[in-house]
Ligand binder design. Structure first.
Ligand SMILES: C[S@@+](CC[C@H](N)C(=O)[O-])C[C@H]1O[C@@H](n2cnc3c(N)ncnc32)[C@H](O)[C@@H]1O
Length: 350
């Protein structure tokens, strides 16, 4: 199988990353850029076990600081429970207010509309622990907590911002639901998703963009995760970890990054920038090599997306397989050699 075919097979079926759990630090490091946009909002974390997810913990801890209106976290019956160590200082007992243990095979929902403490300040861990064991705060869902289920879509319709790391295999499903209901979102995903036919048109039209962190991310993984030679380790506490080199945040929340100009220093030279064999445009190997003075179409690496400013460059399409969607214009080749997928851009304001 060629590299591209292998990628294709893996495209929507990366089940192995479905149980990768986000650290508190990853979430805090990104959300610090969006604090104004969270003010007064109802937040939904819909792939998030209230007892274990750091998304849930982050929004509980920062509920008063971000001045949230509401927090709803729903979890999925198939999630691995009690295998992941989260970042909380106070260990949580996995029991509902009724005394029933929190078990695998059930969906749960946490709903919060206020938290004691000072507005503008973080909530302490003891208060969070008390909240989670308070009667009626965490309830069993009727169904299995699939975010596509009727009861979970109802929560989605009621929220302003959905913020989570969904199973990668269902990334497109969640994205499509959020678009359908016209919601704001901030989602962790794999950079490959940028060129998917369901997502790329939104990137191209400047209706979705990537956030700040774009690259390496470490995730806690369940105890039964198979060891491997790369991007896997076990910490002193025995917690297993994996990392992803091409992780990203995908969002439609306005951020300053979108308006920063990419500073470029190179000039066009036909010997350095070969034309594609099968398309009128030049290949640019690295983002830093984008020539300041080329007026035609340029094929640039996918990492360009991290710097995209729609007033500086226009996204024309992508060059992936040449058939993925109406904007996938050709399979990139230079001098007979196939290249990894490219984003096609053109300078604005010539
Ligand atoms: C990549 S993990 C991330 C968990 C958590 N959001 C975090 O960032 O730590 C995705 C989670 O979604 C759960 N999940 C799987 N299928 C789901 C579905 N159809 N609906 C909701 N959650 C699902 C998985 O069991 C897992 O707990």
């Amino acid at each position: 199988m060629s590299g591209n075919s292998i990628l294709n097979c893996a495209k929507y079926s990366s089940k192995n990353t479905d149980e990768w759990y986000t650290t508190y630090e990853t979430i805090a490091e990104e959300i610090k850029y969006y604090t104004k946009q969270f003010f007064g909002k109802a937040v939904l974390c819909n792939c998030d076990d209230p007892f274990e997810s750091n998304f849930c913990y982050y929004f509980l801890k920062n509920f008063n600081k971000l001045r949230l209106k509401k927090l709803v976290c729903t979890s999925y019956a198939g999630s691995k429970i009690d295998q992941i160590k989260n970042d909380r200082q106070v260990p949580l007992k996995m029991f509902l207010n009724t005394g029933e243990p929190v078990t695998v095979g059930r969906g749960y929902v946490l709903t919060i509309t206020e938290i004691p403490g000072r507005i503008g300040k973080e909530v302490d861990d003891l208060t969070i622990k008390k909240i989670l064991s308070k009667k009626g705060v965490v309830k069993k869902l009727i169904g299995n907590g699939d975010f596509r289920s009727e009861e979970c879509v109802k929560y989605l319709k009621e929220c302003d911002i959905c913020c989570t790391n969904p199973p990668f295999s269902l990334f497109v499903d969640l994205f499509s639901l959020l678009v359908k209901y016209n919601k704001l979102y901030l989602l962790i995903g794999n950079q490959n998703a940028i060129t998917y036919k369901e997502i790329f048109p939104y990137i191209k039209e400047n209706k979705a963009w990537v956030g700040y962190k774009f690259g390496d991310m470490a995730f806690r993984v369940p105890a039964d995760t198979e060891p491997r030679n790369t991007r896997f380790w076990v910490d002193e506490a025995g917690q297993k970890w994996r990392s992803l080199g091409n992780a990203m945040w995908l969002t439609n929340i306005d951020i300053k990054r979108k308006y920063q100009k990419l500073e470029l220093t190179k000039y066009y030279n036909p010997e350095v920038y070969p034309k594609f064999d099968n398309f009128e445009g030049i290949n640019v190997k690295k983002v830093a090599d984008i020539p300041v003075d080329y007026d035609g179409i340029m094929g640039v690496p996918i990492t360009y997306i991290k710097y995209h400013n729609s007033s500086q460059f226009e996204i024309i399409g992508e060059a992936n397989h040449g058939s993925d969607n109406e904007f996938d214009l050709f399979k990139p080749k230079v001098n007979g050699r196939e290249l990894f997928k490219r984003i096609l851009i053109r300078r604005k304001g010539k």
